[in-house]
Write a protein that binds this ligand. Structure first.
Ligand SMILES: [Zn+2]
Length: 319
């Protein structure tokens, strides 16, 4: 066998193994991060925000995730003064060529807020984000509801939908809703006690919980649509993801997921399904659609829950 021939065989084998990896992709997920620049209970210092953001963006870059971050601009201010260090943390997302969306200025709960007040908070929350996006000739396009609260009456829901439409916003739904924020709280509490062992334990439990939740919503999708829709995952810009999103991304790849943009996920016709859900909870759109269709109660069975041990460390009473 000639050297060239050997090289050719090796090359062909290598190329086909890459191809077969690509062929294995049969699931799609858009990853959305809320509460930018940083959701944290303990970190006040913008330099820590920059450090955490850099870690998270490294993962996003490594796994080539076309992520979007939803901003609460109130977090950019310290005592009513714009904090240049916190602003820098947000700038890093733009520098990484990622999308940003509006998550309101101050994260109010629509269900407890007068419509006009809530709408004003949306407008207030777009100022800096619009400026940052314009650096990359991008437009502010997406809106994510705080607590996923979309309105607790049909009138209120419709009023917000109309407002968003008038202001050219596209609603960013969530299909894989989860208790990630509780793990995040527990993780920060462990960090605050300098308990590295506990942090590790929470981190690895977090990754397997998130995969269980993902599998649950894959199945819910099949039950509702007869197929797996393009999923939209909600997580937050926080410390646990700075440290563990790489492991989660790895596990998602093992389940043959490809990471797609929010815009691409929304091309799935499932997202045009009627939604008249007006319950109090901030739940997955898969469940809003199933409530709208009035499916049997058994449909919801088997949803993975955050274990008591994690709730306790997080000092959270329930999901
Ligand atoms: Zn939020």
């Amino acid at each position: 066998m000639t050297r060239l021939f050997q090289t050719l065989i090796v090359f062909t084998f290598f190329a086909s193994s890459i191809l077969s990896q690509q062929n294995d992709i049969n699931r799609y997920v858009s990853v959305t991060f809320d509460d930018l620049p940083m959701n944290t209970k303990y970190f006040e210092d913008g330099n820590q925000w920059i450090e955490q953001t850099q870690k998270l963006l490294n993962t996003i870059k490594t796994y080539n995730i076309p992520a979007i971050g939803f901003v609460n601009e109130y977090k950019l201010y310290v005592n009513d003064v714009l904090d240049s260090t916190r602003l820098k943390a947000l700038q890093l997302w733009v520098d990484a060529d990622l999308e940003l969306g509006n998550h309101t200025f101050s994260h109010p709960d629509y269900h407890n807020t007068e419509n006009e007040e809530f709408f004003a908070d949306i407008i207030k929350g777009e100022k800096i984000t619009k400026e940052l996006l314009s650096q990359k000739n991008k437009k502010l396009e997406f809106f994510r509801h705080p607590y996923l609260h979309t309105g607790n009456s049909l009138e209120k829901k419709k009023a917000l939908e109309d407002f968003l439409k008038e202001h050219n916003y596209t609603i960013a739904p969530v299909s894989i809703d989860n208790g990630e924020w509780i793990y995040a709280r527990a993780y920060e509490n462990a960090y605050n006690k300098n308990d590295l062992e506990l942090m590790k334990q929470i981190g690895s439990e977090y990754v397997s919980y998130m995969i269980d939740k993902t599998i649950y919503f894959e199945n819910q999708s099949v039950k509702l649509f007869g197929r797996e829709i393009k999923q939209i995952l909600l997580v937050h810009a926080n410390m646990i993801n700075a440290d563990y999103f790489n492991e989660l991304a790895e596990e998602l790849l093992k389940r043959n997921y490809a990471f797609i943009s929010l815009k691409e996920a929304l091309t799935d016709t499932a997202y045009k399904t009627e939604d008249t859900f007006i319950g109090r909870g901030g739940i997955s759109w898969l469940h809003r659609w199933s409530y709208t269709r009035k499916v049997d109660k058994n449909f919801y069975a088997g949803e993975p829950e955050v274990p008591k041990s994690i709730l306790d460390i997080a000092e959270v009473e329930s999901e």
